[in-house]
Design a protein around this ligand. Structure first.
Ligand code: PMP
Length: 443
């Protein structure tokens, strides 16, 4: 009997006994290729230089509270991130994960407008079929009705607009560009409906991860979003918890959109799972408003800037840089995309293959010609996850009814250290798993 409150207490989880590069090995000795632990383990599971850096930090000091001291690991990681981030995202606030990073962003946005003397700006706008975390503020910002519903009376008021989801959103009579502009203009319409003077910020993922399965925006969408935010004085928060820190082939996903958000949040790949860590970055304008205003950011947690977490994350980022792993993400991402196209491109039940870098997704449908989704009662995504585990592959399928959208997709996020044969292994294992499930469903 377990005393752990598992998320799904009825599930029979295998026991992870050890990790070796891109593999997790269970207590029966079975190996699973880790291409889907929610895009966390970007260096795989046994990186020596990260372990050494963490050990060295523990040997010197394991914990300092941010109310008393700063520490070199936190300062070093902040300097690294500020040096790499686009524009003047020069200021970093460290937390323990993605939801905390999003909470910090929402509160910073609110405090910024208080400092500026615009107290009426209290509302947020986000997108349908999105996920920004499970704490109450972050959950409020997400557009996943299934997750929100039980807690709806406890949530902040948030207005939802459409995601930039070309596969299902673009009309036949419009180009990608026109679709992107029309979809971005929904932000302006939402601002006008509430009154821009009441809106704090717009939040979205530059490449949508869990809820849609690696969906980048079409060209021009984010330029128009930035323009609208600037025009109405609304902050733009980029949630790069899943798509950031190299996952899409650039350290920050927004680099590929040529825009600078006002606030950027990250987690997962930042520490690559070696320690729980997340971060929020903001521009000089926001930071200075706080420093020159009340002089105090009214937020924080005990483990803010934890030295071991920061030392581990800095070692992760240095390893990525020293080994030029972003080039590998681009190269192997291309191979993964081509492999998926070759294996599934003619499959009548694969409607769309999309993504950037080592962040690729495919949408499973009843009929690729009509794009008709599979019946959610079939729980195809659950079956694909189980069949892939049988094959020795961890992938990240999602599905069911998310905010009115029915669909199943599979997200793949292999580690940045993969070589050619690893990518082939992922595609062939996924191929066998998907074939088996589709055959059983059709039967
Ligand atoms: N934002 C995004 C885009 C995410 O994908 C996630 C986690 N899947 C979160 C926020 C929340 O992060 P965490 O689970 O670390 O709290």
């Amino acid at each position: 009997m377990t005393h752990v409150i598992h998320r799904n207490p009825k599930a029979n989880y295998p026991v992870a006994a050890s990790g070796e590069g891109p593999y997790i090995i269970d207590d029966a000795g079975k190996k699973y290729f880790d291409a889907g632990d929610a895009a966390v383990s970007c260096l795989g599971h046994s990186n020596d230089s990260v372990a050494k850096a963490m050990k060295a930090q523990i040997d010197s000091i394991s914990f300092t509270h941010s109310g008393f001291f700063t520490n070199p690991a936190m300062e070093g990681l902040a300097t690294f991130l500020a040096g790499k981030a686009p524009g003047d995202l020069n200021h970093v606030f460290f937390v323990s994960g993605g939801s905390e990073a999003v909470e910090s962003a929402l509160k910073l946005a609110r405090q910024y407008f208080l400092e500026k003397g615009e107290p009426s700006r209290t509302r947020f706008i986000s997108r349908r079929q999105s996920y920004h975390g499970n704490t109450l503020g972050a959950l409020s910002a997400g557009g996943n009705l299934w997750r929100r519903e039980p807690f709806a009376p406890l949530l902040l008021p948030v207005d939802l607009i459409s995601p930039c989801y070309e596969y299902r959103g673009r009309r036949d009579d419009e180009t990608d560009w026109e679709f992107g502009q029309r979809t971005a203009d929904e932000l302006e319409a939402a601002l006008m409906a509430q009154g821009p003077e009441n809106i704090c910020a717009f939040i979205c993922e530059p490449v949508v991860g869990a809820t849609l399965g690696a969906v980048p925006a079409v060209a021009g969408y984010f330029t128009r979003i930035r323009e609208i935010c600037d025009q109405y004085g609304v902050l733009f928060i980029a949630d790069e918890v899943m798509c950031g820190m190299g996952r899409t082939g650039s350290l920050f996903a927004v680099e590929q959109e040529n825009i600078v958000p006002d606030i950027l949040v990250m987690a997962k790949g930042l520490g690559a799972g070696y320690q729980p860590i997340g971060a929020m970055m903001c521009t000089d304008e926001i930071y200075n408003a706080i420093v020159d205003g009340s002089g105090f950011f009214q937020h924080g947690h005990t483990y803010l800037g934890h030295p071991v977490a920061c030392a581990g994350a800095l070692a992760v980022q240095q390893y990525i840089e020293d080994n030029d792993l972003l080039s590998n993400v681009q190269l192997r991402g291309q191979q993964l995309r081509e492999g998926l196209m070759a294996r599934f491109g003619n499959n009548a039940c694969v409607g769309d293959i999309r993504g950037r870098g080592l962040f690729q997704g495919m949408e499973i449908v009843a009929d690729r010609l009509t794009k008709e989704p599979l019946d959610p009662a079939l729980k195809v995504h659950v079956k694909i996850k189980a069949a892939a585990m049988d094959e020795g592959l961890m992938c990240y399928p999602m599905g069911g009814t998310i905010d009115g959208h029915r669909g199943d997709h599979v997200l793949l996020a292999p580690p940045f250290i993969v070589d050619e044969s690893h990518v082939d292994e992922v595609v062939s294992k996924l191929g066998r798993a998907v074939d088996a499930v589709l055959q059983s469903v059709k039967a």
